[in-house]
Design a protein around this ligand. Structure first.
Ligand code: NAD
Length: 248
């Protein structure tokens, strides 16, 4: 069996949503490094293309808005037409629109649910049709430690808790087809998303992390690569914290 040595995902066909920067970029790079042929999908096409270029000749960048079910169906169909299969789906695209509950607008609520929850559903539904038929597949969903509740994030926590429920249900439904579905809950990861948090609050958050530092996209990507590999074939329906002990 392959070890975590650069060929864990040899020739696997993978799609990563929100691959244009941050954690998604880290995941795309790691999967490509492990030998996967990666479709880097992002609503920001130029960034998706930039990451795909860095992921090597076989990678490609595509524009995808995960809130649009038709686009999700079309991209999965394009991958099937082009490669004949889809081995790995990583649902990473996500946004936050933080506000205290009593001040949260309808728009802030709907935007976050659309990207962070409905987007995961649309992509998982589309991929599951192919993976069921193939009798194999790996789906990794990026939830968040916030799914357990976080001040100012009612919309985000609800969406990310929804991702946990969706992942566990999909794991049960797809197990008979040997398709695994797992959720990862990053803690505090150093990306554009967290750099918008005021410095004092960032420092408070980092101070709560037992391992003593903010996470990097590569910390999350390493766990995704394992869950996406053949070696994780007996792991499904799990919700895995990657937060330096953040939730301890
Ligand atoms: P980021 O804002 O740096 O990157 C998000 C990417 O998603 C961007 O490239 C953006 O263009 C893309 N995107 C946004 N809306 C999209 C849409 N509708 N369709 C397709 N792509 C879209 O964020 P990040 O910190 O890298 O977060 C990635 C994932 O990890 C998100 O799901 C986020 O909720 C989750 N997460 C992040 C942290 C953290 O501390 N950064 C912690 C827990 C969970």
């Amino acid at each position: 069996m392959a070890l975590l040595s650069g060929d864990l995902l040899n020739e696997k066909i993978a799609i990563v949503t929100g691959a244009g920067r941050g954690i998604g970029e880290g995941i795309a790079r790691k999967l490509a490094h492990e030998g996967a042929i990666v479709v880097c999908a992002d609503v920001n096409f130029s960034e998706a293309e930039r990451v795909a270029r860095d992921c090597g000749k076989q990678a490609s960048g595509v524009r995808l808005d995960v809130t649009q079910a038709g686009e999700c169906d079309a991209i999965v169909k394009n991958i099937l037409d082009r490669y004949g299969r889809l081995d790995i789906l990583v649902n990473n695209a996500g946004i936050n629109r933080d506000a205290m509950l009593h001040k949260m607008t309808d728009e802030q609520w709907h935007q976050v649910i659309a990207v962070d929850l409905s987007g995961v559903f649309f992509m998982t539904r589309a991929a599951s049709r192919i993976m069921r038929a193939a009798g194999s597949g790996r789906i990794v969903n990026i939830s968040s430690a916030s799914w357990m509740g976080n001040i100012g994030q009612a919309n985000y926590a609800a969406a990310k808790a929804g991702v946990v429920g969706l992942s566990r249900t999909a794991a049960k439904e797809l197990a008979r087809s040997q398709v695994t579905v797992n959720a990862i809950c990053p803690g505090f990861i150093d990306t554009v998303m967290t750099r918008s948090i005021p410095e004092a609050i960032r420092e408070q958050q980092v101070a709560k992390i037992p391992l003593g530092r903010a996470g990097q996209p590569a910390d999350v990507a390493a766990v995704v690569a394992f869950l996406a590999s053949d070696e994780a074939g007996y792991v499904t329906g799990e919700v895995i914290n990657v937060g330096g002990g953040y939730v301890l």
